[in-house]
Write a protein that binds this ligand. Sequence first.
Ligand code: RIB
Length: 308
Amino acid sequence: MAKSGVAILGIYAADLQFTAKRQPVMGETILGSKFGLGPGGKGSNQSVAAARAGAKVTFISRVGKDTFGDAALAMYAKEGITARIPQDEHHATGAAYIFLEEGTGGNAIIVVPGAAGQVGLADVEANRDVITSSAVFMVQLETPVETALAGLKLAKGAGVTTIFNPAPAAKLGDEIYRYSDYCTPNESEAAALTGVAVTDIASARKAADVLLSKGVGTALITLGAQGSLLHGQGISVHIPIFSAGKVVDTTGAGDAFNGGFAAALARGAGAEEAARFGAAVAGISVTRYGTAPSMPYLHEVEALLKGA
Ligand code: RIB
């Protein structure tokens, strides 16, 4: 049977976003200017981005049997995402503290995966059918590394296109890279994984070469306002950003990019076209507040690409 759709394994977290001029130092209290509570978690955000971009999406995770967990499941139903997500009675749903810098849209995050931190090999096995029958399978590093590795291994062995989004960066053995058709770190993650200080496209190319030498098929490194670099065997292209208006919140921009990239690959786009599509998804998301709620719909992305 032909493979189709996108399967994503990762976490859901309730995002608590605080906007202020700066972060407090230890022992200090400061007044902020804005607060938002909404759905987050990298894998979950990527699922929303891919679904709104037109892909058939299955999200594999765990949430708690609590209010945040109920809200997550209600969101997947509304977004048309198939949720393979048991509710865990013993662990609470994950949550994230997000500091949003007033004026710049820059962010800093502490995430506690909660119930999704328990996503393990049994969850990969229980979802073997969907992982092996999808066109694209994607993981991040908010679940345990062994779980991400097991998912990538299973998918790659079944001929599924795999995307490894190593966020947040972690200490890794080289094995995981061999199962990654695409590896998609941002500049700081690429630096942490390769030891190359990534500050521009030229240094990103050096880091990408290190990832290729570890076994990655193609590296796709995002560099914020500098765009991204798609670098693999016989291809090295700089993809510029798409500007869709004033940048207010960069939180989740990487998830928007990855979700859009995965959706485009799943419908048969080549890597370069898919990366441009991901860049357009991210370009719109940063003009809106929040993470999952900021993801654009397919018609908005198409309009931006058409006008470019
Ligand atoms: O990439 C942004 C996401 O990282 C947030 O939604 C937060 O929950 C953390 O997982």
